[in-house]
Design a protein around this ligand. Structure first.
Ligand SMILES: [Zn+2]
Length: 430
């Protein structure tokens, strides 16, 4: 058993942040070799019970905070090199940068090398689980799955489906794309910590036949994830209305094809109406809120207040390469700013503890993985980060003066980036 003594952040079932200034985290392998949290709480209350056990090893980390590994609900690993590309908006950005970069993933060696860099970058930023787009090339999935498996990471990805309105090099063939998807599900889903996501790029780039086939696979493989984009940009919304004239809304296109259910996650969800929001809740479908990407592409803002009123699931995401940073701190910071839009009441738009929850335990709940990742309660898989709150002179000064947990977390959210993450520990199954 491995015991850590340090400050400790975790979350109650209702999402409330729990903090022990002098905390204890005990981790041990289960019968399958998966490292899990055995105990978490105050050092005072737990040390007598756990430090005396045979083989217990104590690591003392003074001045550090142990916190759950972050979960990125929406990111494109093949867009690692697209981050920071200048373009006028979503559709020109896709055409000029994204599609040409993604077409290079037909080469397996290229996919392997980007996958390794991408995972290094996630871990450097404290992200231990992601729901990631690959490209339309099946080998791009094999590359990320294989690299994640070797690191013991919990990773969910899928081959992009896009059989129309896409240039040569990324466009796939309807029938073959569905055969490839099923082959990849059987090869990877549920292997070690890996999961598969059925991945239509977005409604405009799939034919009705491809969306229908995706929905049939989603029904046949009920514990596989679904990921796509919806209602990001007004030009895109108009385009979908032309392509699917019978659909009530953009979101309902996916519902009409059986692509809204538990474990379905849609990026953006900006231009929804109340009927869409009710449908999100009814189908237990989640939104991946991507504020740095929405700011970068000028898409608009996710409406947190209406999402809460409708009570549907959501969590935070970087959406790299449309997003501006791999760092969860930059995403939480942007979510805070975006949450101010349309705000009527006084005070903080989103509380620091809630922002952090949205990128950890809340994101896990959106994925249907509550109690497995994104938290450090007993039974959780032991993915965590070691945070150094004094990693820059200003952070050292600000966090030292914090008089409450809100002040401590908010200083890190507003001033923080990858420098806060001293170490990322992945609960590798052996
Ligand atoms: Zn995206």
């Amino acid at each position: 058993m491995q015991i850590y003594r340090s400050s400790l952040l975790r979350f109650a079932d209702d999402g409330q942040a729990l903090y022990d200034e002098d905390g204890l985290l005990a981790v041990a392998p289960d019968d399958r070799g998966q490292q899990r949290v055995v105990a978490a709480g105050s050092w005072q209350a737990l040390q007598a019970q756990f430090t005396g056990q045979p083989g217990a090893e104590v690591t003392h980390l003074p001045g550090r905070i142990l916190a759950p590994g972050f979960i990125d609900l929406h990111i494109h690993y093949p867009q690692t090199d697209v981050i920071g590309a200048p373009a006028a908006g979503l559709l020109p950005w896709l055409e000029k940068y994204t599609f040409p970069h993604e077409s290079a993933f037909c080469e397996r060696a290229h996919a392997d090398s980007v996958a390794e860099f991408f995972l290094d970058e996630l871990q450097r930023n404290g992200v231990t689980t992601a729901l990631a787009f690959a490209t339309s090339h099946p080998g791009s999935v094999d590359a990320l799955m294989g690299a994640s498996q070797a690191r013991g990471m919990r990773m969910i990805t899928g081959k992009v489906l896009q059989d129309r309105h896409s240039p040569d090099g990324v466009r796939d063939q309807t029938e073959q794309s569905l055969i490839d998807t099923e082959t990849l599900i059987q090869r990877w889903h549920g292997v070690d910590r890996l999961g598969y996501a059925i991945t239509p790029r977005f409604a405009p780039t799939s034919t009705h036949e491809q969306l229908r086939g995706a929905g049939e696979l989603a029904a046949r493989y009920a514990d596989v994830w679904i990921q796509s984009h919806v209602a990001e940009n007004l030009d895109e919304v108009r385009w979908v209305a032309e392509l699917f004239p019978k659909a009530r809304s953009y979101l309902s296109v996916y519902d009409d094809f059986g692509l809204m259910r538990e474990r379905a996650v849609y990026a953006h969800c900006i231009h929804l109406d109340d009927e869409d929001r009710a449908l999100m809740r009814e189908r237990s479908t989640a939104a991946a809120v991507s504020p740095t990407s929405n700011l970068f592409l000028g898409s608009g803002f996710f409406d947190f207040a209406r999402a809460d009123a409708a009570q549907f699931l959501y969590g935070l995401a970087s959406d790299v390469g449309g997003g501006m940073s791999f760092s969860p701190f930059r995403t939480m910071q942007a979510a805070y700013v975006a949450g101010r839009e349309g705000q009527t009441k006084q005070g903080l738009s989103l509380s620091p503890g809630n922002l952090w929850w949205q990128h950890t335990a809340g994101a896990a709940r959106a994925l249907g993985l509550a109690g497995q990742v994104g938290n450090l309660q007993p039974g959780c898989e032991a993915d965590f980060v070691v945070i150094n709150p004094a990693c820059t002179p200003l952070l050292e000064r600000k966090t030292r003066q914090a008089e409450s947990l809100d002040e401590l977390l908010f200083a890190m959210i507003i001033l923080g980036d990858d420098r806060l993450i001293e170490r990322t520990v992945v609960s590798q199954a052996k």
